[in-house]
Design a protein around this ligand. Sequence first.
Ligand code: SF4
Length: 159
Amino acid sequence: MEKLLISACLLGQPVRYDGGAKALHDPTLERWRREGCLIAACPEVQAGMSTPRPPAEIQGGTGAAVLDGTARDGEDVSQAFLSGAEQALALCQQHDIRVAILTEASPSCGSRTLSDGSFTGHRVPGQGVTAALLERHGVRVFSQFELKQAERALQDSRA
Ligand code: SF4
């Protein structure tokens, strides 16, 4: 059974910066859970960050720029964000994962939009650090609003 990587907060794990979760209730997700194909990861917690923790937003770019060293996450958490991304990639490689479902707008997991670094709730197009690293290594990343697309990608990768 091919595995999917999923943000742990989408499975109800209380790992978000504010100590909460972002539990997703969806029949497709429930089926994947029953089939045992979900591998949960929270890059920030796996990097050793505490829960709760101060909110972080990427300053001066997107996750790709953090990977390239031209932008940073918040005060001095870029190294932790990079470490978390590398650990998520290692999980994907360990389980031969080619599809990930990550929480939208997070500076680690966002795959389509990000907060703009102003801590005002304004979003801009872009990917978080983990999403950018996974895509650089061939993992297709979808948000929790794109489960149908993720399912098609999973079927394609099984073909
Ligand atoms: Fe959820 Fe990703 Fe943030 Fe962890 S880093 S709380 S998995 S959005």
